[in-house]
Design a protein around this ligand. Structure first.
Ligand code: HEM
Ligand code: HEM
Length: 137
């Protein structure tokens, strides 16, 4: 278990990841609301803010790997479910983001884009439970 400054730095990743999950939830709500009647004004907000949620999720994965590598001698890199689910969140959300370009023209993309977004949100929420036992307390 790290001590001193490395221990404090090891908390950066969980804090960034929690902010990412909150932003992802917010963006998902805007996306779903944009499909409801009188919800059109949520659509430009979803389109503007979703890339930030995607970037934050990537940052979460990168800081998670970096922190494990640099400051967590007590953990094995890529050593458990938290790593693989984290990779899953990034892959599913990034695929959904790429599909968003076809939402206007392709009916399948229009159906799959929100489904992938919600799946990524579900995985991200799971990360809270798989990440908690790893915290450097
Ligand atoms: C979008 C959500 C998240 C992603 C993509 C993510 C990703 C990762 C990855 C890839 C690792 C490296 C694991 C390894 O190499 O075995 C990691 C480590 C870790 N994660 Fe997460 N994680 C997320 C959320 C969370 C949350 C919510 C918590 C806390 C409740 C957390 C706590 C940790 C801890 C304590 C470590 C070890 C490194 C450190 O001490 O900072 N993670 N994470
Ligand atoms: C977090 C989960 C997400 C959910 C639940 C979600 C849901 C939705 C929904 C329901 C729509 C409206 C589709 C329609 O009825 O035409 C939409 C559109 C859109 N989404 Fe998402 N989305 C999510 C994440 C993302 C991400 C990560 C990105 C990009 C980084 C993104 C980019 C877009 C764009 C650009 C559109 C508009 C496409 C267009 O009109 O040309 N979304 N989303």
């Amino acid at each position: 278990m790290p001590t001193g400054v490395p221990r404090i730095l090891a908390f950066l990743h969980p804090l960034i990841a929690l902010a990412a999950i909150a932003l992802l939830y917010h963006v998902a709500t805007l996306g779903l609301r944009s499909r409801q009647r009188r919800g059109e004004e949520a659509r430009p907000l979803h389109m503007r803010r979703a890339p930030y949620a995607l970037a934050m999720v990537w940052l979460s994965a990168l800081t998670g790997v970096t922190a494990t590598w640099l400051w967590r001698d007590d953990l094995e890199l890529a050593g458990g479910w938290h790593f693989w689910i984290g990779l899953g969140v990034v892959a599913v959300l990034s695929t959904g983001a790429l599909l968003s370009r076809r939402v206007q023209t392709d009916d399948t993309a229009r159906k799959i884009h929100p489904a992938l977004g919600l799946l990524a949100l579900l995985f991200a929420a799971l990360q809270i439970f798989f990440g908690m036992p790893l915290l450097p307390f």
